[in-house]
Design a protein around this ligand. Sequence first.
Ligand code: AMP
Length: 404
Amino acid sequence: MKFEELKISDKLKEGVESFNYSELTEIQEKAIPVILQSKDLLACSQTGSGKTAAFLIPIIEHILNIKTKGIKALIITPTREICKQIEEQIVGLGYYTGTSYFAVYGGNDHDGFSRQKAALTQGADIVVATPGRLISHLALGYVNISNLEFLVLDEADEMLDMGFYEDILNIIGKLPKKRQTLMFSATMPNAIRKLAKEILTEPYILDLNFSKPAEEIDQQVYMVYEKDKPQMLANVLKEHKDDKILVFTSTKVSVGKISTYLRTVGIKNSSINSSYTQTERNDTILDFKSGKIRILIATNLLSRGIDIDDVNLIINYEIPDKAEDYVHRIGRTARAGKLGLAVSFIGEKEILNFNRIEKLLEKEIAKLPNPDNIPQGPTYRQINTGKKRYFKNKKSTLIKKPRK
Ligand code: AMP
């Protein structure tokens, strides 16, 4: 379906045109009409599927027809980075409609808080916020929320994983009951279903079967001992001299180590993790987006929702503990239908993690032979995850159950 066919105002269409999208993505085609009909929505959708525009387009369209003052739409997201990302799309889509917006997230200075307070008191049309910072403002009583019509929970599963369940309920308790609520989540665990039951009214459920990575991602996997990973990484990076590359590790410590190692072997790179200041994080992401930085080493901080165009190669230097994180990480490539490559190194202690990933993907991924200068790694096998046979004795200490 083409955007011209959408029943939205010309001003909004002009905003959409500025992005040069040709066709609606699947989530947009399915969700936009539902949202325009004022229905609640629970959408299970993959990152990179175009879901931000899927909720922003109908929300901006609706706001064009509302005359009330105050905040009309509240979008809650797990991280500041995603907040900023959504803000950027509002700027583009709403450019000709005059829709006002404000992003509210922590990690900035006192002035930042005061500006947020002013915006929340006056009431921008759309407010995009992280839960913690929003709660601080709501608790102070000045947030102009009585005319709110839309609530969006973006990356809802991630927010629950980060422990925001109570915060979200707390926020929702302060909002008008009569409103349209849209919930987007990459996965659909029980906790999400439970939250959906509590906060949605007869929702339209859109399950685009998305715990799976996009078809366009070529997944390559190597078995590599931990000690050989730095050299293996250097090998792969040297093979992809022109690509925009995101390297994922599991900890801040390994981000630093890898980044330093690569520099010692002459490979320029930048790194990002949660201990960097907000300004450093923003600058690094901007430089990566613009192409100033070609190789970026990151923790899971960047695995979700961050929309960076043209990443051609994702490297999982370490295999994530949670299978879903693998899907999110490799979802940074092959955005909106482009081709992408994901290369993963399975170390001797990561075989079980990869077993879980293959289970989630419902397929095995071929393990490729290592290049000549890297020793062959551990043997891949299925590890029995059968629960350990423990029971509690009278003193309540855990002891191993004797086999019969
Ligand atoms: P999202 O899933 O919202 O993070 O979007 C992922 C990327 O897809 C962003 O770069 C969007 O600008 C882009 N995008 C959104 N809608 C479309 C579309 N209809 N056609 C092509 N790209 C799109």
